[in-house]
Design a protein around this ligand. Structure first.
Ligand code: MN
Length: 252
């Protein structure tokens, strides 16, 4: 399979200039991103980099009602997501990982660590992104460069929504649906099992997460029971496109 080396170089150059990545390993057709932050001298501020601590929810538990009920939000944030952060820090201490590095860096070489690190590192990263990607009365659609990119990649915004919803509905068992920016700067839809994500070296789907939707039952079961498709359909009403667009523009 041939690869487009010039566009890859362009991406790498742009991403490096933007401080997103400082080293890239090319392995076959896969580009593995890593940020070389093990050396404090070369550490750079990554746009929207994620730490190991849980950050405050940017709204109240009840604010996403009626789409997501307050009880679900409270349990999800204070029990599930909180545990991922706590267990991640435990694993980091046990396995000698400095919790001052960006979590993205650790995820890019997660294959070298335990299953506990993988599950909780992914769990913590995914939820930190997920909370910020929602708000009360979200915009109905993307705009600006993100809308242009979505329309170029998926023909129309509605077509993108349908394909993303299908990925979320068809993920068997627990996992996440993703819109990602691939190393050749294309948008791509996919899903990952459990708490894996596209930053991980072990993931088949590789790129920078643009949108992640939690389709674990704990995210919707109290209100929607087994009806995951209804949860996904309603979820579009609380998407924080403003945050997603601004973050996306840091990576292109
Ligand atoms: Mn969750």
């Amino acid at each position: 399979m041939s690869t487009n080396k010039s566009s890859r170089r362009q991406f790498i150059g742009d991403a490096t200039k933007a401080g997103i990545i400082t080293a890239v390993t090319v392995s076959g057709t896969n580009v593995l991103l890593s940020s070389c932050s093990s050396s404090k001298k070369t550490q750079v501020a990554l746009p929207y980099s994620t730490g190991f601590e849980q950050t405050p929810l940017p709204y109240a538990y009840k604010d996403l009602e009626p789409v997501i009920d307050a009880m679900t939000m409270e349990i999800h944030y204070t029990k599930h997501a909180s545990a991922y952060s706590k267990n991640l820090k435990e694993a980091a201490q046990a396995e000698g990982v400095d919790i001052k590095i960006p979590l993205e860096d650790l995820l890019s070489r997660i294959s070298k660590y335990s299953t506990k690190m993988r599950n909780n590192g992914g769990g913590h990263y995914n939820h930190e992104l997920f909370w910020k990607s929602m708000k009360a009365n979200g915009e109905s659609k993307a705009s600006g460069k993100l809308l242009t990119a979505i329309e170029e990649n998926f023909n129309s915004f509605d077509s993108f929504k349908n394909q993303f919803s299908d990925a979320a509905k068809s993920r068997f068992g627990s996992g996440w649906a993703w819109l990602i920016l691939t190393p050749d700067k294309k948008l791509k839809i996919g899903s990952t099992p459990n708490q894996d994500n596209p930053l991980m070296d072990i993931s088949d789907l590789k790129g920078i997460p643009v949108i992640g939707l939690d389709v674990w039952e704990h995210a919707y079961y109290l209100k929607y029971q087994n009806k995951r498709a209804d949860y996904i359909e309603q979820w579009w009403k609380i998407v924080n496109w403003d945050f997603i667009q601004k973050r996306f523009e840091q990576y292109i």
